[in-house]
Design a protein around this ligand. Structure first.
Ligand code: COA
Length: 376
């Protein structure tokens, strides 16, 4: 069978949970929790022993982040001030796990769009920041559910998992170790979000995406050539999640807030914007692409202000929605899936020859760039 060792994106897939929470609904629930907490602790608050909680506001959320709503796998328990977490029945080991299920849905969407039979796929990478368990790998469960004969493994590079997955898949194609690789990013972020934390309760949403990376010889006529991929990590404590099995070694703090998502949002904003803008410009230079000539940027979807600044530095002018589309307004931050959702929903209108950039950034810090050109 012919092989070019040239990786392309054959198709992408998306699974969006049907339920969505608006800022108004989220803030009403949060503020009820705050009132209940402050009433229950009124005496201790008056005595200065307990700090009163402050209410959240829809105006703040939209202004600070650009987020207006987010999809979730289980809306009612998240909005219940007594629960404020996702809830569903635990599934027996024989059943497909919930994270694999939404990954499979996104993968099937991608395979269908590429006209590809699962039997033609060689490998599955589950590239995500919210794994349901350490093992067996989510990727192997997804592989089994799809009927893929090959191999799979999980990789977690937080919000950059999908771009790291795309480079890994592209490297398998370049090396000839695989011809068709699914990069699946199921993100049930509602599990790691502290819905009781005013600073971050509005940030995340649930979703799953899939990217089919293939050898050009195998790909459908309508595909995206991968011009180059670049990865970067720089250690930072500013986005952290200390959840893990070693929490058992210090049970007193096993449920402390740092076992969920915590961040220094301001510092992240300030440090990541210049790092990513520079990385994009340097990589464009290496690939001999004029960054100002990029037709579209599909940026990580964490904060509208960050994307505005990064796009401005790359394109040399303030980007409009056509040049740098936003999906975080309705999806929230979906961790590694964000830039892939943007690409999936906003790439169909580009013309053959158009060049664009998929770019992620987040905890680690980690960042990844995938420059693509529409074939045809
Ligand atoms: N409702 C109302 N006010 C709130 C609030 C809420 N939910 N949360 C915080 N505030 C208040 C703060 O108390 C603070 O008040 P003060 O000025 O009186 O002290 C003020 O709003 C500003 O808070 P700050 O945390 O500095 O907000 P911000 O402008 O930095 O926005 C983020 C917060 C998280 C939206 C923003 O920092 C961000 O998106 N950063 C990047 C995050 C990111 O990309 N993370 C990657 C994750 S993968």
């Amino acid at each position: 069978m012919q092989t070019t060792h040239r990786p392309v994106i054959s198709a992408t897939g998306l699974f969006t949970p049907p339920e969505s929470i608006s800022n108004a609904e989220l803030v009403a629930s949060f503020n009820t929790y705050v009132e209940q907490h402050n009433t229950a602790h009124a005496e201790a608050i008056a005595a200065g022993e307990v700090a009163a909680l402050e209410p959240s506001s829809t105006e703040f959320i939209e202004k600070a982040s650009g987020i207006k709503a987010r999809h979730v796998m289980a809306k009612a328990p998240v909005l219940d001030p007594e629960v404020m977490a996702p809830r569903w029945d635990e599934r027996p080991d024989e059943d497909l796990s919930v994270l694999a299920e939404i990954g499979v849905a996104a993968a099937r969407d991608a395979l269908g769009r590429a006209g590809r039979d699962a039997a033609d796929v060689d490998a599955v990478l589950c590239a995500a920041s919210n794994m349901q368990r350490p093992y067996p790998a989510m990727a192997i469960e997804i592989q089994q559910a799809l009927g893929i004969d090959g191999f799979g493994f999980d990789m977690n590079v937080a919000c950059s998992s999908a771009t790291f997955g795309i480079q890994t898949a592209a490297d398998y194609i370049r090396a000839g170790n695989a011809r068709s690789v699914l990069v699946v990013s199921p993100e049930i972020t509602s599990g790691h979000l502290n819905w009781r934390d005013r600073d971050s309760h509005f940030i995340f949403g649930d979703v799953a995406t899939a990217v089919l990376v293939e050898d050009a010889a195998l790909a459908p006529a309508a595909h995206w050539d991968i011009l180059g991929t670049r990865l970067k990590t720089v250690f930072s404590n500013n986005i952290r999640n200390n959840f893990g099995f070693l929490n058992r070694a210090h049970p007193d703090s096993a449920d402390a807030p740092d076992k969920l998502f915590v961040q220094e949002g301001r510092k992240v904003f300030k440090e990541v914007v210049p790092m990513v803008a520079q990385m994009i410009v340097d990589e464009a230079d290496r690939l001999e692409i004029d960054p100002q000539g990029l037709r579209r940027l599909w940026l990580h979807q964490a904060n509208a202000g960050m994307n505005r600044l990064i796009a401005q530095r790359v394109l040399g002018h303030e980007a409009n929605e056509d040049e740098s589309p936003t999906v975080l307004d309705t999806y929230g931050n979906t961790s590694s899936a964000g830039s892939i959702i943007a690409f999936h929903l906003h790439s169909g209108d580009l013309a053959p020859g158009d060049t664009g950039l998929i770019c992620s950034f987040g905890a680690g810090y980690s960042a990844g760039t995938v420059f693509v050109r529409k074939a045809g």
